[in-house]
Design a protein around this ligand. Sequence first.
Ligand code: SF4
Length: 258
Amino acid sequence: MKVDGLQHTALFGPVESRRYGVSLGVNLLPGHYKICSFDCPYCECGPTDRITSAEIPKRLFPNGGDVVAALRNRLEQDRDSNRTIDAITLAGNGEPTLHPDFGQIMEAMGRVRDAWVPSARIIVLTNGTTLDRDPVREGLMVADERIIKVDAATDEMMARMNCPVGRQRIQDLIEGLDRLPTFFTQTMFVDGVVNNADDAHVAQWILLMGAIRPAQAQIYSTDRLPADTRVRPVSRERLDRIASRLIDSAGVPVTVYS
Ligand code: SF4
C-alpha cells in the first residue's frame, strides 16, 4: 500500500489495489510524526528525524490496544453496513515493526481479523531491520504476507538508497530473512541522485535475490513526490528489463508495478 504523505490516524483508507483488492491501512506509528530505521531519499513520508528515531521513546507510539480496538470497531461497522475488505495492511508513517508491542499487536489483530472478516489477508510492509528480534519475527508470522524491502545488494548501495539510522548491513538482512519461512520482497528502483537501477548494481541485486529466494519479488519505481526531489523514477520499460533478467538469471517470480 502506497503511503502518500503522513497518515494522521491509526486506520487509513481503504484503498483499492490490483494486488490486494480493497485494503484497509493500519498505522502503528504516531499520527503526525515519522519513525523509521531508514531514511530513504524517495520516502513519501518525508525525511526521518534521525536523532529521535535512534532513541525511539515508547511514549511516541500509539497505544497498541487502542489501535486494535479501532480496527475491531471499524470491522464491526463495516459488517453492519455490509461493507467488506480484502486485506488489512500494516504500513503508515515509518517502520511498523519498531512499535515496541508489535508482536502482541499482531496476535491481537489476527484474532480480530478471524472474528470479523476471516477472509481478509493481513499484510505487513517492513524494511527488515528488526528481523533479529524474536517478537518481531513471531508477529510477522501472524501475517499472511510479509513484504520485505530489498532496495540494495551492497552495504554501499544501502547507505545511499536507505540511509540506515543505525548500523545495518546486507548480511544482517540475509541472516534475518534466513529465519523467516516465506516472504516476498519489494524493491524500489530509482535514478538520479542515487541510482540502484544501473546494470552493475542490478547484477549484484539479482545475485542477492537468487541467494535469499523470495516467494515473489515485487519491483516498482516512485510516482509521488519523494523526500529528495533529485530522485528520479525509472521507466516501466526499464523495470520490465530488470524483471526479465531476474527471471532468466535466478528463476525468481517477479511482478512489476507501475
Ligand atoms: S523504509 Fe519506508 S518508511 Fe522508512 S524511510 Fe524508507 S520508504 Fe520511508
